[in-house]
Design a protein around this ligand. Structure first.
Ligand SMILES: CC(C)(COP(=O)(O)OP(=O)(O)OC[C@H]1O[C@@H](n2cnc3c(N)ncnc32)[C@H](O)[C@@H]1OP(=O)(O)O)[C@@H](O)C(=O)NCCC(=O)NCCS
Length: 330
């Protein structure tokens, strides 16, 4: 197998300390620990306080990834941030993170790929390196999902949590390491299955009927998203393996988007992998949108489940709908 040209040189993550358990949710909406556990596999999630921003979370994860690569923020040429929960719409979250990092010589911008955004960011970052516009690219996913879920809607509020994760990209050192294949797709005709309602337009006089629907909260057709998630992640599995000329039994670890244990299990079954070859942390963090994969990668490395030479398959899906896959030799 041919090695990749670009490698993920490091990982970093940050999660808030505050834990919100299913028992806590039982006191907030009409739900039970049993329902949430059976339908989703989620037992608890982390919640950032009012004083914690998406910028600060992303800064902490990004700083950790830069340090893990043995670099200083000043060495970073580009910062690409994936977030569905920016603290403000202008400027890009990446610019605010750049300022916190004091990475003065970098270009910084965001990508909107929902849960697929971090893999999209890596693909864009790889392109910057290959086109010799950057040597070192920091890709951050930071998601304060607690700020956009409707805490009175039991169908969505039990699913999500807050987290940030990051990696540094650079040219691969060779020896077969790095990104072996990637795949990105989207289907905008399915946008209505999962979206944030528009924010209040600020019209004066205030239109009360408009305010009721323009709240910026997440809306989701759960069952339809579920079906499309399994279909699109299986498609991504096939696409990246075929592009790389790799068979399913060669995969050391599957690191899927963590939305629901049943979606993860269905994808693993399709990939022919027993669950001991799948990294699962949805039980501890819930769905943290585009942060799930970098957080999972970091934890898997820390646990010794990803070592030099490990063949790691990442697949994801999200609002858009978007979906993506990536195969790397660590
Ligand atoms: C959301 C999801 C867990 C719901 O599970 P499901 O098995 O599809 O359940 P349904 O939506 O069919 O709802 C079944 C019943 O549970 C109820 N229900 C929904 N949320 C509930 C909750 N938190 N507690 C208790 N009951 C709940 C519904 O109202 C429904 O009741 P009804 O039959 O009386 O109408 C599941 O569809 C899912 O995970 N979808 C994908 C979501 C996702 O991954 N989104 C992020 C994409 S990045």
């Amino acid at each position: 197998m041919r090695g990749g040209l670009i490698e993920l040189a490091s990982t970093g993550m940050w999660v808030p300390e505050k834990v919100l358990t299913n028992a806590d949710l039982e006191r907030m909406v009409d739900t039970t620990d049993e329902w949430i556990t059976e339908r989703t596999g989620i037992k608890e999630r982390r919640i950032a306080g009012d004083d914690m921003t998406a910028v600060e979370m992303g800064y902490r994860a990004g700083k950790a990834a830069v340090a893990d690569a043995g670099l200083e923020p000043a060495d970073v040429d580009a910062i690409i941030v994936s977030t569905a929960t920016p603290d403000r719409l202008l400027p890009a979250t990446a610019c605010d993170i750049q300022a916190r990092l004091e990475a003065r010589d970098a270009v910084a911008f965001d990508v909107w790929g929902a849960c697929s955004g971090w893999l999209y960011a890596i693909n864009i970052g790889s392109g910057l390196i290959l086109s010799e516009q950057a040597e070192t690219v920091l890709c951050v996913a930071t998601e304060k999902m607690s700020a956009i879920v409707d805490w009175t809607d039991r169908a969505t509020c039990v699913l999500f949590g807050d987290a940030a994760g990051a990696t540094v990209l650079r040219r691969s050192g060779g020896n077969g390491h790095g990104i072996l294949s990637t795949y990105m797709r989207s289907d905008g005709t399915l946008a209505e299955l999962l979206y944030r309602s528009p924010l209040d337009s600020g019209s004066v006089p205030v239109d009360v009927a408009e305010l009721a629907v323009r709240d910026g909260y997440l809306r989701m057709a759960g069952r339809e998203v579920f079906k499309n998630a399994v279909r699109s992640m299986c498609e991504a599995v096939d696409a990246v393996l075929e592009k790389a000329g790799v068979t399913k039994d060669e995969i050391d670890l599957l690191v899927p988007h963590q939305a629901n244990i049943r979606i993860i299990e269905a994808t693993a079954r399709y990939a022919g992998l027993s669950m001991d070859r799948v990294w699962v942390n949805v039980d501890r963090y819930g769905n943290t949108s585009s942060a799930t994969i970098p957080v999972a990668l970091h934890e898997a490395r820390e646990a010794g489940r990803i070592e030099e030479g490990s063949l790691v398959l990442m697949v994801t899906f999200g609002a858009g709908l978007t979906w993506a896959g990536m195969l790397i030799r660590w």
